[in-house]
Design a protein around this ligand. Structure first.
Ligand code: GLA
Length: 384
């Protein structure tokens, strides 16, 4: 839904023009998975899929929320009543942002919100971060809070961690808030320092496909928390603040100090994955052939599948089929246990490759995957 339609929806719903309209995108992560809660490196880029919100300021301590995508009516909440982990619906994301802003001392006094999103939900493409960031940006403008993108991202992460109750890292919110069109975002999640890396795949005859398996395995939430706890255990055993502090050159020595095989695997994934992000950045910045990125993506998938163990049969099927049909590289993207994979391919191979993946899914008795091309798009912004 475009900005104009969301504006019109707001007028029909609340009987007045909104103060403005904002948009925030979903993301795919090119490389750097499960590194963001280890203070490591990530490299996402924004999708053209966006959450759009029309918003007006209120001064009476009331927050009204409505989604054009759901048939659930207007939720009316009192700001003073917002309580972490009390809401299990979609409204927890925008309400959590208001809660986090107020908790941090920002003078937010209420709002009317009407929104709609084209970011597929449950696909590992950060539909929840898009919802959080679009509301945060709108409130930042309307209440003249003067916060920068990375600061909004931190507050949105707090909303998700504490208010929603999901122990995610900082990648998704920062990607949605800070990405730029035509670029991937090289982000150091320790201090949120960032570098925009130009990524024009079409200029080299390449495409990046997103394959949404349309599968979400039910245990994904708990498994994410377990991996995170395992990484923290590894860091503690090795006497570092975070696994980011283990240099790639010191990996073997670090592994030799660990008895627990489970922890060893987690550590090996995180340390090698940080190295793969640095490798991809170096390849892209060297101005050489981007095709060289392909094998690094594929190595990342093997590590997520075998060491970190967050893949699933459907994601492996996408990766294996794509590679067997000429893909330059492929990997799962996002948290795993379902969701989406990315495939780097020659433009000329895209049709055959897509067909092969669709046929493999059909042969396995799976629902057809959703395949689309991902072009690095703009981050959060005001659109009306
Ligand atoms: C999810 C989380 C992110 C990150 C990825 C894995 O998308 O929201 O913070 O941890 O998983 O890289």
């Amino acid at each position: 839904m475009g900005a104009q339609e969301v504006r019109e929806g707001f007028v029909r719903l609340y009987g007045a023009e909104p103060d403005g309209v904002w948009a925030a995108p979903g993301r795919v992560n090119l490389i750097g998975e499960h590194t963001d809660y280890n203070d490591g490196f990530v490299m996402p880029f924004a999708l053209p899929h966006i959450a759009v919100a029309a918003v007006s300021r209120r001064t009476d301590g009331v927050l009204r929320l409505h989604s054009a995508d759901l048939d659930s009516g207007v939720a009316e909440l009192r700001l003073d009543d917002l309580t972490p982990e009390s809401d299990k619906k979609w409204t927890a994301y925008p309400a959590g942002v208001v809660w986090a802003l107020r908790e941090a001392g920002h003078p937010v006094t209420g709002a009317d919100v009407h929104l709609s999103s084209t970011v597929p939900s449950g696909a590992g493409l950060s539909s929840s971060a898009a919802l959080e960031v679009v509301v945060a940006l709108a409130l930042n403008d309307l209440f003249e809070l003067g916060l920068q993108g990375w600061q909004l991202a931190r507050l949105c992460q707090r909303a998700e961690n504490v208010y929603v109750g999901a122990p995610t890292g900082i990648m998704d919110q920062t990607a949605s808030a800070c990405c730029e069109a035509g670029h991937a975002l090289f982000l150091d999640t320790r201090d949120l320092s960032q570098k925009q890396i130009p990524l024009d795949l079409a200029a080299e005859g390449l495409r990046l496909l997103v394959v949404d398996t349309q599968v979400t395995h039910a245990h994904s939430g708990g498994e994410y928390g377990k991996r995170r706890a395992g990484c923290e255990k590894g860091a503690a055993l090795l006497g570092v603040d975070a696994l980011r502090d283990i240099a790639y050159a010191d990996l073997d020595a670090a592994l030799a100090r660990l008895d627990d095989e489970e922890v060893r695997r987690l550590v090996r994934h995180v340390v090698t994955e940080d190295q793969r992000v640095e490798q991809v950045v170096a390849l892209l910045e060297s101005g050489g052939d981007t095709r060289a990125v392909g094998p690094v993506l594929t190595a990342g998938h093997a590590s997520l599948r075998d060491d970190f163990r967050v893949s699933c049969p459907e994601l492996d099927l996408v990766v294996d089929t794509a590679l067997a049909h000429g893909a330059l590289g492929a990997r799962m993207t996002g948290g795993g246990f379902g969701g989406s994979a990315i495939v780097l391919a020659e433009a000329a191979d895209v049709d055959a490759l897509t067909k092969a993946v669709e046929e493999a899914f059909a042969a396995a008795g799976l629902k057809a995957p959703r395949v689309f091309e991902a072009v690095p798009s703009a981050g959060a912004r005001r659109v009306g």
